[in-house]
Design a binder for this molecule. Sequence first.
Ligand SMILES: [Zn+2]
Length: 377
Amino acid sequence: MAFLGPNAEILPVLSSSPNGTVVSSTCGTPIAFDGGETLNPVDVVLDPGHGGPETGSVGANGLTERTLNLAVALHARDNLVSLGYTVALTRDRDLHLPIRQRAAIANALSPRAFVSIHHNGGAVRRSATPGTETFHQVDDPESARLAGILFEDLHIAFAPYWVSWVDTVHKGASVRLRDGRTETYGVLRLTPDLNSAISEALYLSNPPEAALLAYPEIQAMEGRTIAAAIHRFLTSEDPGSGFRPEFYDAHTTGTGTTSGCHDPELTPPTEVSTGFTAEEYETLAATARHLGRSTDWVVRFGVHTLKFFGSLPDADPIQPLDEADRPDAYGPISEVVPWDQAEHAVLIEMADAYGLTRTQVQKLGAVLMAFLTGLEA
Ligand SMILES: [Zn+2]
């Protein structure tokens, strides 16, 4: 399940309870987000590789993979929609999107096919035919069939062009593995329940191929070819071709991480208030004085500390509190804490874990901080 965010971004739902809904932000951070249009499952999810500060391969003519992948994906989407399919893109504009978020989006929309669109870099070996590479999931016949059909159609579609191609021994459809016999590529490894494949139609790093890929007509042709291949995968038992032995190569480009990713604020901070008795509030105030912080800081830090203790390697899973142990959070003196969208997700997570309301979790956090500073027995 996923929501459509205010900027038309797809936000996969991580959890939903009476305490609130937590989604995965564009940068892959859990954030609180309620409302927004619910997205239904789609037939196909297309993933234009790279974006934002991650250019991917760059052609001698300045064409970046980031831009080219998106252009091809938009053409593929339009063609699939014309064929009657429902389609979603992991990004429909230039956007920094970590690999985990791409996989989370695909998983949330349960497509029948998930294709990540890339263009290759690095090869220098001259070849008589395009160096098309596709990748599939390990020990997965349907993923292999999807990659085999993508390879077959893309290789045939580009072969007639009079270009000085390059290739490597990996031309064809194959599986790239790392230790533990799992896929090197996160979009394949993190979508085990989907039929997923990666397409690398040509080598953008090869100047003649970059020149060809700069033509809008060629980008449209590639998108049309990918759409036709997905249509063939979904409507036939065709096996595809070009299969190569799986190989071990754990090395990746290091892109697709969350580092340097900045989320826009989708929802402004909202306040949660918790009630204290006069005596309890004096303990909270004393704790705050002891720490040289404000009372709302102590409450917020206490909730984060609950999460920290619960996530220690040898910690027992947090259990819902018995009725008798639930804090009374409805005293006459209220402490108001503003939480931003990411902090709210922590508050909701702890409320769900302890079987409490957000109001009660704030109280629990305050009690914990008083205890840790030795101000409460
Ligand atoms: Zn790429």
